[in-house]
Structures are given as structure tokens and as C-alpha cells.
Design a protein around this ligand. Sequence first.
Ligand code: MF3
Ligand code: CO
Length: 260
Amino acid sequence: MIEILSTSELARARVTGALVADILQALRKRSIAGTNLLEIDRWAREMIIGAGAQSCYVDYAPSFGRGPFGHYICTAVNDAVLHGLPHDYALADGDLLTLDLAVLKGGIAADAAISFVVGPSGRAEDAVMIATTERALAAGIAVARPGARTGDISYAIGAVLSAAGYPINTEFGGHGIGSTMHQEPHITNNGRPGRGYALRPGLLLALEPWVMADTAELVTDPDGWTLRSVTGSRTAHSEHTIAITDSGAEILTLPTSATQ
Ligand code: MF3
Ligand code: CO
């Protein structure tokens, strides 16, 4: 299913997007040495419910996970990259944390992810890897406009990741989003320009470049959800939900000034 949003639905998408971004920023501030991943999950739950929104994750039971997710946010530490199931773990200075959050409010979902290093002093190569996924995301957004194709976005993202020397996994990538979190079209993090679905105003997309430092191969954690790098190398992930507009793309998951 591919949905094209009406003007009033787009207005609601902006509200959901800002909420997701603000919750992520608030949780980022609270993610210090000693913070437990289960606390982050509890705070996410409180903020989602407090805002009158619903979790897209808690009852989610896709083929790539074991049963309903049962939590409100994905927390992925170091070698964990996607679908990180919150568990009893206290963060340490230097940990590389990815928070990935999708919620539904007013009938419209938004999805975003941030990666950052906990504490004042991280590894230089982690900062480079995180910045690379952010640049790849910006490059994908920059080519998203009516008439461009999903392959143009994939190509733009993949070009940044490859130029920086990261292997690319194309099993999990970006996706359409709207009244539900995961919709067509699928947007791999590498691809051929000029191919795929032609973008139209009113289309919402979640773009999400992610990398592992030295491999493209994932391994599933015994928890049945968390995906890690097979080599144990560190990972990074950056995601925004965007709306295709008449002239380009609007990023919906930017934090509002109140939380920056
Ligand atoms: N929000 C994730 C994505 O970026 C999906 C997480 S699914 C979950 O598409 F079940 F693990 F939460
Ligand atoms: Co997503």
C-alpha cells in the first residue's frame, strides 16, 4: 500500500513528526553513564502516552522479529544496530547508542532514529561513522522531490556510505509511512538512479541509512529482535520522516526549538 496524504493529514503528520523528534532529544539528554535501557523505554512510554499518542512498536509482530516487540523504543548499543530490544543494561561513557522511535498520533505515524556517543569522550571513528549516516540521510533528502524515483534516493544514500568506505546492507532500509509505520515503497540504502517508484506530493517516506564499521552481515541476538554486526564492530543509524512537497521534501522529524 502507498498512501498520498491530504493537506489536513499532512498537518497531522507534522505534529507527529515533531513529537517523535522532541521525545528523541529528551531521551538523548537523559542518556548518560548509568542510565538503564529499561529506564529509557519507560520514559518513552510516559512521553508517548502523555502526548496522547500510541506506540507503533509495542504490539508490532513482523516476520523479522519474535512475537510482539513489547517495548516503546528501540535501544541499540555499540554492535547492535536495528530493532534493539531494551534490556537491563546501564550505559557506560563511550557507548554508542541508537534510539529509534515511531509513534502514531492523529492517525498518522512518524519514525526517526538518532545515534550518539554517551558521555564527553567517545571514539573518533564512532563520530565519523555517525556523521556519515547523517550526511547520507541529508543526501537522500536532497534528491527527494516530485518526479524523482526511489532509486535516486537509494543511489544518493549509497554513494555517501560507499565513498566513506562502509559496506552496505540492503535487507533493511527506508519505507513509506502514513496511517501505519511500514508501507511501500521500500527504499534500500543503495540502488540505481532512475529506477523505482516516482515520488509524488503528499507521500511520506522514512529514510534511514545505517552502517556497520566493517561488515554488511547482520546476526540476530538471542532476544529474537536485536540485529548486530556479525563481527562485533560498532554501528550507526540516522532516520527522518519526510513529506514530499510540490517543490522538494520537508523534514517532519526535526526537534522543535523548545527541546534543542
Ligand atoms: N522504526 C524501525 C524502522 O526504522 C522499526 C522498528 S520495528 C520494531 O523502520 F519492532 F523493532 F520496533
Ligand atoms: Co523506519
